[in-house]
Ligand binder design. Sequence first.
Ligand SMILES: [Zn+2]
Length: 90
Amino acid sequence: MCVRCGTPYQLLQYKKQNGGDQPLDAPPRLNVKESWIPVLKRYWEETETFTGLAVIITARDYPECVEGMRKFHEWLGLHPGVVPVEEEPE
Ligand SMILES: [Zn+2]
């Protein structure tokens, strides 16, 4: 993830090969939906606060992420209009 704002990027990527996972030499992959990028940008511009997104291991080991996510969700609650409306799958 970005160490400044907390936008999630996946650094280590793997591909299935011969029944196992082989490391992939690839640039970081953005792990948020396209529709959330403007929301994350606005959050950063307004608060310059770490979002804490992208913790995929045990949250208790990353208290700054837990606090960041708490603040981000609090901000989302105050700005309900910014949350992207998801299209229903057909
Ligand atoms: Zn960032």
